[in-house]
Design a protein around this ligand. Structure first.
Ligand code: HAM
Length: 415
């Protein structure tokens, strides 16, 4: 038997209903904040992610699905959406549009990670990017909108962690200081962390090894080294979040698996998720567009995992599809079949949700099926000129001509 590949899943109709509802909230909340939807290709040049996400990241080193396109070019199934959106911004000269350009997406992404609850190899993200605005208000607005979305979806037990990374220059200097600290304390570090000191010293804060964690408690913190303008930017983000009544925790060791961040960095987690607790994350990435060959353009954004939001939202209620009319057949004959078929088609043309009996059930079975579907009315076609219409709510039923079924329902007249 052929099964879906490891780390992937099928979206069955009940799941599709919840996803559609999620999308409705996304459209409403992001639309009201001036975001417009974009969709970029499922695969891009591998180089886009190598340059954009960063050579030293786990994503680029271990998690990308890359392949040769047959012509010697390396392509990669997108592991994230920010680099592609920036690529599109540059490619379409969006810097000539009135700034900022506010974009959102709801798409699938691919990372070759060990699958577990809330972690898939193909997963979906809702993302929002504000390109061309440098102020702390853009960061705060993004967080407010994200918080509103999580609230509307009923995502439970959320915590917001906030940090600032400052500029790449500050980070470089700090990196030197941290590397020195790590070298001086090598004995207190796990071998894995030790091996990566030069490649990515920040990752030491992320280590799960208790001895390393203890050692890192005494390490210098980037947030204590911020330049004055970066510290001022961060202070204003905090004021705006406090004014908006959004609780957060400062996390001096917050690290995210992407290299493009500058200044503001944040992550929403949910206790309801267990190990894979990250529901959404984002931050400012003021250098990325220039790094990808565009004009120097400040930008900020986030992405939220669709599966994780749905998991943490528990039973996001879905409205059952309404069926206005179920067309049943009192008997089987060419006349009845054609009249019933035509009635269902006419009903849909009149704007109703209409279903036709398709399996040859008995009349009793057809009424049961109409009930299961939650149909408001059932029309029972007897022949070309005779039918009866049953109001499923009141149980009332009366005889009429098939051509009077639709006008009768539309008038909402009592039977
Ligand atoms: P990220 O933190 O890598 O950020 O991913 C964002 C969210 O995607 C995570 O919080 C999580 O909910 C979900 N996610 C990530 N990997 C998986 C997986 N394997 N299975 C299920 N869900 C997953 C980004 O991707 C950045 N592009 C966010 C951003 C936008 N920063 C600025 N703008």
């Amino acid at each position: 038997m052929i099964q879906a590949p490891r780390g992937t899943y099928d979206v069955l109709p009940e799941d599709a209903d919840r996803r559609e509802l999620l999308e409705t909230h996304v459209r409403r909340i992001l639309g009201a904040a001036g975001f417009r939807r974009v969709e970029t290709p499922t695969f891009e040049s591998t180089e886009l992610f190598a340059r954009g996400v960063g050579e030293a990241t786990d994503i680029v080193q271990k998690e990308m699905y890359s392949f040769d396109d047959g012509g010697g070019r390396s392509l990669t199934l997108r592991p994230e959406g920010t680099a592609p959106v920036c690529r599109a911004y540059i490619e379409h000269g969006m810097h000539k549009l009135p700034q900022p350009v506010k974009l959102w997406y709801l798409s699938s992404f691919f990372r070759s990670e060990a699958p577990q609850r809330g972690r898939y190899r193909q997963f979906w993200q809702v993302g929002a990017e504000v390109i061309g605005a440098s102020g702390p208000d853009a960061d705060a607005e993004l967080i407010v909108v994200l918080s509103e979305l999580l609230g509307a979806l009923g995502v439970k037990d959320v915590r917001l962690r906030l940090a600032s990374l400052g500029s790449p220059e500050t980070r470089n200097e700090y990196r030197g200081e941290l590397t020195t600290y790590l070298r001086e304390h090598e004995d207190g570090l796990s071998s894995e962390v030790r091996a990566r000191i030069e490649l990515n010293p920040m990752r030491a804060f992320d280590a799960s090894d208790p001895r390393t964690q203890e050692t890192m408690r005494g390490a210098p913190k980037l947030m204590d080294r911020l330049a004055a303008d970066d510290a001022e930017h961060f202070a204003q983000v905090r004021v705006l979040l406090e004014d908006a009544g959004i609780p957060y925790e400062l996390d001096t060791t917050l690290v995210r698996g992407l290299d493009y961040y500058t200044r503001t960095l944040f992550e929403f987690t949910s206790e309801a998720l267990g190990a894979q607790s990250g529901v959404a994350g984002g931050g400012r990435y003021d250098r990325l567009i220039e790094q990808l060959g565009g004009p120097a353009t400040p930008a900020s954004g986030w992405a939220a995992g669709v599966e994780r939001m749905l998991l943490a939202a528990g039973g996001l209620p879905t409205a059952p599809e309404l069926v206005d009319l179920f067309v049943a057949r009192a008997a089987h004959s060419d006349d009845v079949d054609r009249t019933a078929f035509e009635l269902a088609r006419e009903a849909r043309r009149a704007g109703m949700a209409a279903q036709l009996e398709l399996t040859g059930r008995s009349l009793k079975g057809q009424l049961k099926q109409a009930h299961r579907l939650g149909a408001r009315y059932v029309a029972i076609v007897a022949d070309r000129t005779h039918a009866s219409l049953k109001n499923m709510e009141s149980g009332e039923q009366h005889e009429l001509q098939p051509q009077d079924v639709i006008p009768t329902i539309l008038r909402g007249s009592r039977l």
